[in-house]
Design a protein around this ligand. Structure first.
Ligand code: IMP
Length: 192
């Protein structure tokens, strides 16, 4: 395999994943390189379902091995919400900021701040379909901290750290994050 297409147009995700895939020494493309690709509706009830749907679609159009990710923030005090609905948590026109505000408001009376990010990465090639899961445990702070990262990063503090993902250097986020861990498993699988 000398090329891989990331089934994403999100520049933050593409950058993180390209960094994590460097050990493979292959050319990493993304949906931005294939204007003919349409937006895939993430309408499955699970992260696994959405990740597979995206990777299968991109593989079917490009004919190249494809890798997708779907991520959810699972908050204990909210019974696992927003979970698979993390992207549209605050409604159809949700932004990163409106989602974070809704989360802080839903949790304003909650002492239990435990949460985790869970990513499922799906790989689809001519020969095989595989998925890999990555989890990072942590807590939701009461206020936003930091300018880096994206999404819920300014309120998520991973276990063992006193900084949020938006404050930690991207190298550390990549080493310990949900997406980092799922892609490390994929890299190990391909290298085996
Ligand atoms: P999706 O995988 O793009 O569907 O992501 C679902 C939601 O989780 C979106 O609102 C993203 O912004 C958020 N999200 C995904 N990955 C991360 C991350 O690494 N940090 C913070 N938020 C994330």
């Amino acid at each position: 395999m000398d090329k891989l297409v990331l089934a994403s147009r999100n520049p933050n995700k593409i950058e993180e994943m390209a960094q994590l895939l460097k050990p493979l020494g292959i050319e990493v493309l993304s949906a931005l390189d294939f204007p003919e690709l349409e937006e895939v509706e993430e309408d499955k009830p699970t992260l696994e379902g959405n990740a597979l749907k995206k990777a299968e679609y991109v593989h079917s159009v490009t004919g190249l091995p494809s890798l997708s990710d779907d991520t959810g923030l699972e908050v204990e005090a909210l019974d696992g919400a927003p979970g698979v609905y993390s992207a549209r948590y605050s409604g159809e026109n949700a932004t990163y900021q409106s989602n974070v505000e809704k989360l802080l408001s839903e949790m304003k009376n909650s002492e239990n701040r435990a949460a985790r990010f869970r990513t499922v990465v799906a790989f689809v090639s001519d020969k095989e379909t595989q998925s890999f899961e990555g989890i990072v445990n942590g807590e939701i702070l009461k206020e936003q901290k930091g300018e880096g990262g994206f999404g819920y990063d300014p309120v998520f503090q991973p276990e063992g750290y006193y900084q949020t993902f938006a404050e930690l250097p991207s190298q550390i986020k990549n080493d310990i994050s949900h997406r980092g861990r799922a892609i490390q498993k994929f890299v190990a699988f391909l290298s085996a």
